[in-house]
Design a protein around this ligand. Sequence first.
Ligand code: PEP
Ligand code: MN
Length: 330
Amino acid sequence: MIVNMSEKATEEQISHIIERIREAGYQPHVTRGVERTIVAAVGNGRRNEIEALQVAPGVDNVVAIAQPFKLVSRQVKPERSIVNVGGVRIGGPGVVIIAGPCSVESPEQLLSTAHAIKRAGATMLRGGAYKPRTSPYDFQGLGLEALKILRQAREQTGLPVVTEVMSTEDVEIIGEHVDMLQVGARNMQNFALLRRLATVKKPILLKRGPSATVKEWLLAAEYLLSGGNSEVVLCERGIKTFETEMRDLSHLPVIADPSHGTGKQSLIAAVSRAAVAVGADGLIIEVHPCPERALSDGAQSLDFAGFERVMKAIAEPLRRAAVAEDVVRA
Ligand code: PEP
Ligand code: MN
């Protein structure tokens, strides 16, 4: 349920509503908008007691939240969210470009990539330390050693860093080394991990599961917000199923991952342009000094020159529609 306060509601009136929501057995979540404050009652409580608040002083109206997800929905927070990652704002007017290797392989590989992507205009660095690999025989990541290299790259370049966390055991150590924690596609519904990350004071990049609907993806984000972490960015990376619903449901920023979405170097530029054209708040792109030698995801990684070309391609205008003179008549 949502309690919409009137524009003239006083702080005392808002506090009273918060108290009443608690008494009715719900968790209160307050969103202070430019014009008015919204207090959401989430959880399982006594609904009739919330409905009765429509006659409380300072209340405009009380409405039910239509979606199964609550705190991520636009109903609770009509303004779009901006997530600050070490000074980079995701969800603002600019498209945030995150780039770097799939996996951190060595100090030379990561540091050269960090400097190259910075020169080309990227504003954040990515790099996997703990890798979710389909086969147990594939390279699993350098773990703590990679975290130290990522930290060194941030010190040298000033670029905030994002890396994947796969297990609750690693949350603390990863949180000490990087600016943003990524939940990989395979872990989107790892609820123990989501609950743990909800208590962390770092932003989370939540990738969409390979077969997840938008509703399931937003409910995964709801675990983070309802547990106390509202610094969440969604990352679309392509799905294996069909989607029935693709509307403007949430206020959270959304970035696109053309690398894992296509799996192919040659498609990165076009899909990056398409994502920016449809309003993505950012991109996360895999870059490697020598993709043919990459220990993971080489086929979809760009080299430095390829990444520069993509950065230029993103800035190019879309093609104009053909006009009459362009039509060649037989
Ligand atoms: C990655 O970012 O390298 C990765 C493994 O991504 P995903 O979880 O989307 O497969
Ligand atoms: Mn990868």
